[in-house]
Design a protein around this ligand. Sequence first.
Ligand SMILES: N[C@@H](CCC(=O)N[C@@H](CS)C(=O)NCC(=O)O)C(=O)O
Length: 208
Amino acid sequence: MIELFSANTPNGWKISIMLEEIGYEYKVTKVDLGKDEQFKPEYLKISPFGKIPVIIDHENNKSIFESGAILMYLGEKSGKLYNEKDRLVINQWLMAQMGTVGPMIGQHHQFHHYNPGKSEFGEERYFKITKRIYGELDTRLKESKFLAGSDYTIADIATWPWMARHEWHDIGLKNYKNLSRWYQEISNRNAVIKGYDIFKNGSKIPIL
Ligand SMILES: N[C@@H](CCC(=O)N[C@@H](CS)C(=O)NCC(=O)O)C(=O)O
């Protein structure tokens, strides 16, 4: 059984979606970020930077932090969504999500959604970068059905949750034809619908 320490955020949804996709038994332990539960000494033992998500694999008592590392672990363990033939390409798109898509769009959330009016520089900078990311993903998805090729993989699972915040971005996902096609196709998957509703309180995926 896998225990997932998480919150209702894009980085958290990545792992509940993956666990639904591979059909593993799991339970979610909520980490209340608003109450700083991520900084409790017990939690810092399994998450040195005080972040969600983390998993504990109770089959072997391993704990794993960093969503990309967790996706790779679950992909290898299950033999699903991280195929050998495309691994080099999957790794690149996964790392691009970890290093660029998530951190940059995360800043856009901070300046544009949570703290508008506090920094014109921050708002403009991350709006522009997020818009560029939309364009870059759209270009990739014009030539490729999924991010790492013809198969749906952990690279898509890592990236889709950031697009599921598209209403916060004010960029207009609909205007990006290939990115919209990809977003819609993944949004229709049962595992994604279930994994998005991580705390089983009826959360629905934002429509296009
Ligand atoms: N690179 C990390 C980022 C995780 C991350 O930033 N998690 C956020 C929620 S989406 C968090 O735990 N924030 C709490 C904090 O920074 O205090 C990963 O992908 O696992």
